[in-house]
Design a protein around this ligand. Sequence first.
Ligand SMILES: *Cc1c(COP(=O)(O)O)cnc(C)c1O
Length: 831
Amino acid sequence: MSPTELSADLVHTIESDRTSLSKDSFKRAFLDNLFYTQGKFLQVATHMDYYLALAYTVRDRLLYRWVSTATAYTDHASRTVSYLSAEFLMGPSLGNNLINLGILEEVRQAIAELGLDLNDLLDQEAEPGLGNGGLGRLAACFIDSLATLELPALGYGIRYEHGIFYQTLRDGWQVENTDNWLRYGNPWEIRRPEWSVEVKLGGYTETYTDAEDRHRVRWVPAKTVVGVPFDSPILGYRVNTANTLRLWSAEATQSFDFEIFNRGDYMGAVNKKVTSENLSKILYPNDETPQGKELRLEQQYFFVACSLQDMFRILQGQGVSIERFHEKFAVQLNDTHPAIGVAELMRILVDDYVLPWNDAWSITTRTFGYTNHTLLPEALERWPLELFRRVLPRHLEIIFEINDRFLHDVRIAFLGDDAKVRALSLIDESGERYVRMAHLASVGSHAINGVATLHSELLKKDVLADFHALWPHKFYSVTNGVTPRRWLALANPRLSELLHDTIGDGWIRDLDRLRELEAYADDPAFGARWREIKRANKVQLAELIAKRTGIEVNPDSLFDVQVKRIHEYKRQHLAVLQVIAMYHRLKSNPSAEILPRTFLFSGKAAPGYFMAKLMIRLITAVGDVINYDPEVRGRLKVVFMPNFSVTTGQRIYPGADLSEQISLAGKEASGTGNMKFAMNGALTIGTMDGANIEICEEVGAENFFTFGMTAEEVDARRRAGYDPRAVVESNPELYAVVELIRNGLFSRGDTELFRPIVDHLLTHDTYMLAADYASYSACQYEVDEAYRDVARWTRMSVLNVARSGRFSSDRSIDEYAGKIWKISPVSVPLL
Ligand SMILES: *Cc1c(COP(=O)(O)O)cnc(C)c1O
């Protein structure tokens, strides 16, 4: 029987049975996988074996939907989104897939009947930490929402062998440990060597005349590496759509370079293989300040070149002509890391397919959309020209050509304005010459968007103002969101159950349905359950804190939480000053009425970021004093929880009472942690920055604690001349806090340790902590007052959840699909 005779009916009969969701079929498959995949039996199997057997059982059910999806997409020749992102911070897959299949509770039951606890198995899964923080997590939420909205999409990225480092503490300092997430294998991925592609790097270019007498350019690379795709199915919530996350791994073209090998240099030959494989070896742990490292540029080009070749393969497989590339694919650039794609697509179209430049440019600009993620000037990626030429000689020529043509238009648009030409150029020529990746992305895309309303406005006014003057029609704003599947249904099962009992399950797919909770905001019985749930989550979080840090915290204290990357602009420092002030208040007046609080911090610092690492040391040092001072026992605790990750986040957000979102206004593009907290019933104390503004608007100012300067006030204050020392000296509370640090209370008398922090605060205070301190401190009193009024706090918390619908990534993706990608859902029938 030939494969084509394998009729759809037969496939259905065989597969729908083998991968049925019924409990019996599931148990049977689980045991099959334990025996025949893991080669274990019940008496000797470890929890890891059980986890893997379960993961394979779930994966089979995903694969059935995946094949069905691929079939539907091929039949429809669907327009597809390619989401290009150097980072995908996915978090563990098992629980999420069970939620999306709609069988979490059934599987819990089936597993229990085999004498196992599902939670123990869920705990076995290593987290694929293939991202630094918000940006990578956004990509993960988006890929979930794309599938849930039944939109044809491919996520393209890098399969780093080592993801973000695992953080531990030694003597209160951050220590980075290598992450080994692949140690036990990754059951969710499928290696696809048949779709491997070759990627060139380095070398030089030469011109020649081809057989048809055309003038052409040939790129003669110094080396070639192979990109091997690893695919993971991404299932939408309660739909049959299973999209693909395709991550590229770098391999050597041959295991050995036989030429070197034959010369007798065995180690040299092996070394060359190792060098090629270095490309996808490790994720750069930089956050907000990219380093101009050659390997990083190579990584970026590597995954973009692999992904574009893959799209051409798909295009050709469907018999679509090259000229219609932009009709088949909408390619979204998640920040500038994949921006080299603009030059690469031009190179393919012009050099390989010999399209006229203007035709190629039209296809390219209609293909790409660019999402900007930062307002920090130091975070805008740029590459020294010489480095760029060394790695990508042909692309540099293409960028020069793009720039020539672009600057010609600029000269005509801004007649005689040479400053504009210099400001807009793709090449920064103010000193050492650089390629400006944000400019390449902006010129090469038809859509440029910011990730929150304020951020998009500031882009137009500031970072990309000249581009906005040129092309106002290119600018969009799409406020970020987070997936309610992972961040509510999975992370907060207790709250989900209450929601289920109260308003049903519609909210999981349509988060606006949470509005129905407003009717219960003042219902005492509902409020009591609400508080029980928060308390149970806090008890569970307290257990995790004790396990990870040995610190006992009181679940009846207010859990005041700041978790995110450690960075000066996010102002962990401001929160610490406030903690010390509270401690000082208690010490000065031991009988002071103070609301018991637990301050929880967590987050990684970039390994080369001195001030961020010192900040961690200050937090642990403050904890070491306060937590062991008998006079404040039961009233104040300060915890630094090591290794913030998606997994720990899932335990932390649901257990928080207060969410600290205190960046200097105008610095945080959006934030998404703020959304996860609100969705889980924490109230926010925050500045008018990023998406905080929109959260405050949605939940109502009376249910949100705002403080500090607005972005405009920040500008005005700076223009007026900002003197932080004067501000500190005029505020007795703040002055006292600074003195305590300076005099070595938190460093056993060492007055040097924290001097850089104190000095910076008094001299530069780049992120204007001093200017916002008084307002922050006053606002914390309001928090105390609100928390003491149990009914009021409960009502505020309920309303935060009820009004968080806008912050679902489903809403974000719906906006991208309609405004930028022009793409529609394809419903997938099971085969
Ligand atoms: C959500 C999330 C972030 C982003 O947090 P912000 O508060 O928006 O900076 C970073 N890391 C992880 C693991 C997350 O889950």
